[in-house]
Design a protein around this ligand. Structure first.
Ligand code: RTP
Ligand code: MG
Length: 142
């Protein structure tokens, strides 16, 4: 296991439910540290660029519409095995298959409106962190 950084997004449906604190608490309780964070309302251009890998797929337009429907909370999580750990805490992409107690089981409304995003590899984590934090992330001081 290595110390990793991963990009996490609390999606618009979970922000609308007032669940930012509840979700961030789960990351912290699992030993992940929030080392950068910002809240923003994505433009169509930003959402399309962030999800460019899914361009052309049947769910793409719905995904972009959803991701631009309200503000999102974006954070960088750091810790041992952070990429896999975050995806475990989120649960399966399809909330119907998400294990009880996971973020998606508790806060998703549909396959598209599934409450959270997490990077899926060290390469995508680096790209996604740079997308939202081009100035870099702050360093732990204690
Ligand atoms: P994410 O990127 O958001 O962390 O989710 P993921 O890796 O678990 O899933 P991915 O395959 O990357 O899909 C990205 C997001 O697109 C929406 N989606 N909808 N209705 C559908 O069939 C469908 N498939 C994907 C979800 O919001 C998913 O998280
Ligand atoms: Mg993905």
């Amino acid at each position: 296991m290595a110390v990793e950084q991963t990009l996490s997004i609390i999606k618009p449906n979970a922000v609308a439910k007032n669940a930012i604190g509840a979700i961030l608490s789960r990351f912290e309780a699992a030993g992940l540290r929030i080392i950068a964070a910002r809240m923003l309302h994505l433009s169509k251009e930003q959402a399309s660029a962030f999800y460019a890998i899914h361009q052309g797929k049947p769910f793409f337009d719905e995904l972009v519409d959803f991701m631009t429907s309200g503000p999102v909370m974006v954070q960088v999580l750091e810790g041992q095995d952070a990429i896999a750990k975050n995806r475990d805490i989120m649960g399966a992409t399809n909330p119907a298959q998400a294990a009880p107690g996971t973020i998606r089981a508790d806060f998703a409304d549909s396959f598209t409106e599934n409450a959270a995003h997490g990077s899926d590899s060290p390469e995508t984590a680096a790209t996604e962190i740079a997308f939202f934090f081009p100035e870099g992330v702050c360093v732990r001081t204690r």
